[in-house]
Design a protein around this ligand. Sequence first.
Ligand code: FES
Length: 340
Amino acid sequence: MANKVTLLPSQHTFLIEKNETLLEAALRSGLSVDYGCSNGACGKCQAKVISGQIEKSGFQDYVFSEAEKLAGQILLCRCIALTDAVLETREATDTNEIPLQRLKAKIKKVESPTNDVKILHTRTPRSQRLRYIAGQRVKLINAKNDQRSYSVASCPCDALNQQFHIPYQPDDEFLSTLFDPDQGNLSVGIEGPTGAFILQEASTRPILFIAYNTGFAPVKGLIEHALSLELSQDIHLIWISDNENGHYMHNYCRSISDAVDNFFYHPLTIDAKKITDDKQVDQLTSNISTVLADATQPLSPLKQHDIYISAEPDISKICENFFTRAGADITHLFLETPSS
Ligand code: FES
């Protein structure tokens, strides 16, 4: 049977299975506890046992002083819980508490759900995990040392695996190098994280995610994070695409809405020609505003929601203007503008 662990001072709780370390269970539950090496060497995952039976599992290089041992200091990455427990430890609550990291990740898989989107799956070594808060971005560095910023499309609760949604064009040199196995590109450099498009975890307001095309990437990370935290308020995802095949993870979204009572998925498609003159901007604004008005009408009043918008800059501005006019609370509007 799983044991329940409570962290202080946050009062966050998580369940830990028999064969898991405290660190693995905390990360799986979406908590941003402090850690580094994951193997008992750096001492960054220190915690103090307030109550409960905690047992060491595996070798650790890090040495506690006698006083620290007496005070109940342990390493989360090297201990398991034999009973329910209460621990005191550091958790990141803000993006500036996450250190900048540089590491190499293995390219596990590249999917092509449509002609113009690639999904890149990477895996970091067990001893060098990527620490970030859901919704943040990192730089991917290809074999020619060129780099480009992308949102991580997965949740840190899956600590070793990352996903990136990449708008694709065959003549893009950066991407050709990144995806070319003939160049021996079985790995990719990662540097980060940066960005502050993160979930307002303490808020109990209903959540409305607006994603446009591959702007879905950071939103997917936020949704997975919200689910790992088991948030109880309603969560709506409005995913707008400018083409019929643009909801490239439609089945994934459908499966969440089938499985999770408080998650609702609204895929929308609009006619969006490239914006080159004011007339087309007006047409696009009208198209987006019309579909948003229809989709959000049942959610009224919008001022009660936390609204997260992830779209390229022009579209983000249109959405922001729509929600401002529709009465949303602008202090609860959160914007991300993915790279192209
Ligand atoms: S993460 Fe380095 S000792 Fe636990």
